[in-house]
Design a protein around this ligand. Structure first.
Ligand code: NI
Length: 226
């Protein structure tokens, strides 16, 4: 399941990201890559402990808290501090799978990566190439979204970033451990939640709104890991 979450960052927040990043020092993106992905990864990153990454990371975390779509699709237990990357012309990240477990050096925290997220900070017209391509059981899906929008996809999937042929592509990326480990269960809960919301909007008095909401919460109660 891939979910497009529009407007995670406001245009002002996107502008702030670009301003901070212009002055920041970028390092080789292989610092956070595993053995396999290091071979195919060619991009730049803000160091995890850089003050710029912390300031912008906190901005992203706060924005996620206001996104009911992100909450419903991911059911987050813990979000890894957001990282930031840049691909200039000629850079790419070949097919890989994200590491299953991520440790955060500063806090010592460790999470299981259930869900991956890419939040686009560059506008799509500012670069050519750079699509995020995700392969799942239904085939290949490509995402290149407006600045401030985010794509959420299972961390279990093979994915790559197509080579950039013009301009620069800047994004934030991070992993989340979900309360619902199983992707099929997570997708089912998301579908149910969206359906209840539509029903509630179209027919607010319908009795099934309450009973279906109970089903949702009772499934969540059965499956959630705390
Ligand atoms: Ni990845």
């Amino acid at each position: 399941m891939m979910v497009h979450v529009p407007g995670v960052l406001t245009p002002e927040q996107v502008a702030r990201c670009r301003e901070v990043m212009q002055k920041a020092e970028w390092v080789d993106g292989r610092v956070t890559a595993g053995h396999q992905s290091a071979k195919t990864k060619n991009n730049l990153q803000l160091p995890e402990d850089a003050p710029e990454a912390r300031e912008l990371g906190n901005m992203v975390i706060e924005a996620l808290g206001r996104s009911s779509l992100f909450m419903s699709a991911v059911l987050p237990k813990q979000v890894f501090p957001p990282l930031f990357n840049r691909y200039d012309a000629g850079m790419t990240f070949g097919a890989h799978v994200d590491n299953a477990v991520r440790g955060h050096a500063a806090s010592g925290a460790r999470i299981r990566t259930d869900v991956s997220s890419t939040l686009f900070i560059s506008a799509p017209e500012d670069y050519d190439g750079g699509e995020l391509v995700v392969e799942d059981t239904y085939g290949r899906h490509s995402a290149k979204l407006p600045a401030g929008d985010m794509i959420v996809y299972p961390a279990t999937s093979l994915h790559h970033v197509a080579p950039i042929t013009r301009g620069s592509r800047i994004a934030s990326f991070f992993w989340t451990q979900s309360m619902i480990r199983d992707e099929a269960q997570r997708a089912l809960l998301f579908d149910l939640d969206m359906s209840i919301m539509r029903l509630g909007n179209d027919h607010p008095q319908h009795k099934s709104v309450v009973s279906l909401t109970a089903v949702y919460h009772n499934l969540l109660r059965q499956w959630a890991e705390m």
